[in-house]
Write a protein that binds this ligand. Structure first.
Ligand code: ATP
Length: 655
C-alpha cells in the first residue's frame, strides 16, 4: 500500500460553530444548567487552590447570583469562584472543546469528594442557543491579576479587553434573543434552577432570594440521617404522595462512585410501573428523569435519586452511553436492595410483613427477571399462610385476608413462626411428615374460602398466592424452581387426608346400590349435563354439618392451560365447562336427600312433587358450589332465584 499523503483534519470554525451552538444540546433551557455548573466548578476550584496554599486571605462565602434586567433583555450569572486571567480566557473560552478540568484535577485534586462537573469544554457555548450576545467579566483570584472582559455576538469573532471589575469571580451576561424572552421571567428561572440545580452545593440566588435547596441528603452519610430526614426528602421530591414503605441509601466509592437514596413506594394501580421515576444526577446536577439503563426493569417503580460521576454521560449530559460500568452499577443496586430487604427481614419482621404486600411484587418480579437477584432474595420471599394465623387473631376469617385491615398485617414482634407468614422452605419443612413436597395454595381467599376452611380443619396448611403476579407468573416459576414439589390449588383436587375411606354400605337392597352410587345417580339425573362429572366422597370431619355438601373441583392442569390461554389472548379466564362436582356423602343434607328420594321411589312416585323437590335440591346444591367460582349468567341467575323461592315456599308449607 502506498501512502499518498498524511496530515491533520481541519475544521472550519464558521461551519462548526453553528453546529455547536444549535445542535449539540436538544433543549435550549439547559444553558442555565451549564452556566451554573461552571460557576459551581469555579467555586470548587477556588477551594482546591486555597488548600494548595495559593490564595491569600480568607475565602469568601460561596455564592452564585442570577440577575434579570428586563429592560436591557439581559440575564447574568455571577459567582465568586476562581475567576479567569486573560490567558485562561484565551485558552479555555476561545478554544472550543478545551476544558480546564483535566489539568486542574491532575494538579489540585486531593479530596475525591471535590468533583468538577464540566469536562468537555463545550457547555459555555450553549449560551448562544438563547443569547445573541454573550459577555464575560472576570477577575482571577490569583494575586496581581487584571480583570478582563470578553464579548462575542455569536459569530466566531470575539473581543477581549481590560475590565474595571474589582471583586474576584466571574459574571456571564447574556443578551437574550427576541424569541427567548421567557428566560427573562423570574418564574421560569426559578423553575429551571429547581429542576437542574436544586441540590447543587452552593447557594443560588435570584436577586436576594436563595432559590435552591442546596443540601443533597444522598451525599450525606446514612449515620447522619434519621427516618424523618428520609421521609422529608421523599415528600419534597414527590409532594402529595403517600409515604414510602422503606428506603435504601446507596453510598459507595469503590469500584465506582455512587450515591443515592431509593424508596419503595406503595404500589398504586394507577401508577405506570414501566415509567421510571428515579432521578439521575451527576455531581448533584440533575441529568434526567429516566434511569432506564441503570435501574433494572423490575425496580423501575422505585423512586428517589441516583448520583454518580461514573455513569458515562454523553456531551449533552442528557443521555447515557451504555457500557460495562452501567451494568456493574445495575448489579450493585440490585444487590444493595436485596441486602436492605434482608436486614429488615432479620431485624424487624413486623415491618417487613407490613410492607410485604407492595414490596413482594418488586421482589417476585425481580426473581422472575434476574437470576442473580433471585438468589439474593429467595429466602426473603414470604407467603400468607393458614399456619399460625389463629395465633395472631382470635378468630381469623378467611374471607377478610385479602382485604383492608388484614389481620395478619398487624402481626407484631420478630417471631418467625405463627405470625401468618412463612417462607416456602419453612412450609415444606413443617409439612414434611404430612405431605412431603406438596404445596396447597389458594389464589382467591373469597372464592376458595370453603376449600381453605376444609383444609384448615384437617390441619393442612394452605398458602395464599393470591396476587396478579402470583397466579399468572409466580406459581409456574416456583414449579420450575422446585421441580420436585407439586403445587395444587385447594380446589384442584382433594387431598386423600381430607377424605374418609369409602364404606360401601348397601342401602338399597332392591338394587344393591351403595349410598355413593345413589347420590351419583341423583345428581347426574338432576343436572343432566355430560360435561359435569359427579364424584362422591365422604369428607372427614367431627361435625358433618360444618363441611360443604358439595364442591366444584377443577383439575390443576386443565385450569392452568385455560389460564395461560386467557393470558396470552388477553381475555378474562372463562370458567371451564368440563369440571367435577364432588358431592359429600357425609353431609346430613345429602343423606336426607337420599332418604327423600328413597321414599319417593317407595311410593312409586318418581315424577311426584318429592321427586321434583329432590331434583331441584340437587340443582341448588350444584349452584351453591358453583357460586364462588363463577358469576351467574342472566339465565342462571333467573333460575337460581326462582328455584330459591320455590324451595323456600315448599319449606314454609311443610313446617
Ligand atoms: N464561571 C467561570 N469561572 C471560571 N472559569 C470558567 C467559568 N466558566 C467557564 N470557565 C472556564 O471555561 C472552560 C470551558 O467551559 P465550558 O462550560 O465550555 O466547558 P466545561 O465546563 O469545561 O465542560 P462541559 O462542556 O462539560 O461543561 C471551563 O473548563 C473553565 O476553565
Amino acid at each position: 500500500m502506498t501512502v499518498l499523503e498524511q496530515g491533520n483534519i481541519t475544521i472550519h470554525t464558521e461551519n462548526i460553530f453553528p453546529i455547536i451552538k444549535k445542535s449539540l444540546y436538544t433543549d435550549h433551557e439547559i444553558f442555565l444548567r451549564e452556566l451554573i455548573s461552571n460557576s459551581v466548578d469555579a467555586i470548587a476550584k477556588l477551594k482546591m487552590i486555597s488548600y494548595a496554599g495559593e490564595v491569600d486571605g480568607d475565602l469568601p462565602e460561596p455564592e452564585i447570583t442570577i440577575n434579570i434586567d428586563k429592560e436591557n433583555k439581559t440575564l447574568s450569572v455571577t459567582d465568586n469562584g476562581i475567576g479567569m486571567t486573560a490567558d485562561e480566557v484565551k485558552k479555555y473560552i476561545n478554544q472550543v472543546a478545551f476544558s480546564s478540568a483535566e489539568e486542574f484535577i491532575e494538579k489540585y485534586q486531593k479530596d475525591p469528594d471535590q468533583q468538577i462537573i464540566g469536562h468537555f469544554g463545550l457547555g459555555f457555548y450553549s449560551s448562544f442557543m438563547v443569547a445573541r450576545h454573550v459577555e464575560i467579566d472576570t477577575l482571577s483570584h490569583r494575586s496581581g491579576s487584571q480583570a478582563v472582559h470578553w464579548s462575542c455576538d455569536g459569530s466566531p469573532a470575539f473581543e477581549l479587553s481590560d475590565s474595571s471589575r474589582t471583586t474576584p469571580g466571574t459574571t456571564i451576561t447574556l443578551t437574550m434573543m427576541d424569541e427567548e424572552q421567557e428566560y427573562l421571567e423570574e418564574g421560569r428561572i426559578k423553575q429551571l434552577v429547581k429542576t437542574y440545580c436544586d441540590f447543587m452545593p452552593v447557594p443560588i440566588k435570584l436577586g436576594e432570594e436563595q432559590i435552591n435547596q442546596q443540601k443533597a441528603p444522598w451525599k450525606d452519610s446514612p449515620q447522619n440521617l434519621k427516618d424523618e430526614d428520609y421521609l422529608e426528602f421523599y415528600r419534597y421530591l414527590y409532594p402529595f404522595q403517600e409515604d414510602p414503605l422503606l428506603w435504601v441509601h446507596l453510598n459507595t466509592d469503590y469500584p465506582f462512585i455512587l450515591n443515592g437514596i431509593l424508596y419503595f413506594p406503595p404500589i398504586k394501580p394507577d401508577v405506570d410501573i414501566n415509567k421510571g421515576q428515579i432521578k439521575l444526577f451527576c455531581n448533584q446536577v440533575f441529568v434526567s428523569d429516566h434511569c432506564d439503563q441503570i435501574i433494572p426493569d423490575f425496580l423501575m417503580p422505585l423512586r428517589g435519586v441516583i448520583d454518580s460521576t461514573d455513569i458515562p454521560l454523553n456531551v449533552s449530559r442528557s443521555a447515557l452511553t451504555n457500557d460495562r460500568t452501567v451494568r456493574r452499577i445495575t448489579d450493585f443496586i440490585s444487590k444493595k436492595i436485596a441486602d436492605r430487604l434482608k436486614q429488615i427481614y432479620q431485624e424487624d419482621r413486623a415491618k417487613y410483613i407490613q410492607c410485604w404486600q407492595d414490596v413482594g411484587t418488586f421482589v417476585k418480579f425481580g426473581s422472575l427477571k434476574d437470576d442473580k437477584f433471585k438468589k439474593q432474595v429467595e429466602d426473603l420471599i414470604i407467603y400468607k399462610t393458614t399456619y399460625g394465623a389463629d395465633k395472631s387473631k382470635e378468630e381469623p376469617q378467611v374471607e377478610v385476608q385479602g382485604g383492608e385491615g388484614d389481620p395478619w398485617q398487624q402481626a407484631e414482634g420478630s417471631a418467625t413462626e405463627g405470625d401468618g407468614y412463612t417462607t416456602l422452605k419453612d412450609y415444606l419443612e413443617r409439612n414434611k411428615e404430612k405431605h412431603e413436597n406438596r404445596v396447597f395454595y389458594c389464589t382467591d381467599p373469597t372464592a376458595q374460602a370453603t376449600y381453605v376452611e376444609l383444609y384448615k380443619k384437617q390441619g393442612l396448611e394452605v398458602l395464599f398466592l393470591d396476587s396478579f403476579i402470583d397466579t399468572n407468573y409466580f406459581v409456574p416459576f416456583l414449579e420450575r424452581e422446585y421441580s420436585d414439589v407439586r403445587f395444587s390449588r385447594v380446589d384442584s383436587d382433594l387431598d386423600q387426608t381430607l377424605i374418609e375411606d369409602e364404606k360401601s354400605e348397601i342401602i338399597d337392597p332392591k338394587t344393591n346400590k351403595t349410598r355413593s352410587e345413589l347420590v351419583k345417580e341423583l345428581f347426574e339425573q338432576a343436572l343432566n349435563n355430560s360435561k359435569v362429572t359427579i364424584r362422591t366422597e365422604s369428607l372427614k370431619t367431627d361435625n358433618p354439618q360444618t363441611t360443604p355438601p358439595a364442591m366444584v373441583i377443577l383439575p390443576e392442569e386443565m385450569r392452568r392451560i385455560q389460564e395461560m390461554t386467557a393470558l396470552l389472548q388477553q381475555k378474562a379466564v372463562e370458567f371451564p365447562e368440563i369440571h367435577t362436582l364432588l358431592v359429600n356423602t357425609a353431609h346430613p343434607m345429602i343423606q336426607n336427600l337420599v332418604n327423600l328420594s328413597q321414599g319417593a321411589i317407595a311410593v312409586g312416585d318418581g315424577q311426584s312433587s318429592t321427586g321434583a323437590l329432590v331434583k331441584q335440591m340437587c340443582q341448588h346444591i350444584y349452584d351453591l358450589a358453583l357460586i364462588s367460582q363463577k358469576p351467574f349468567d342472566p339465565e342462571g341467575m333467573k333460575s337460581f332465584i326462582e328455584r330459591s323461592n320455590t324451595l323456600l315456599t315448599q319449606m314454609t308449607e311443610r313446617l
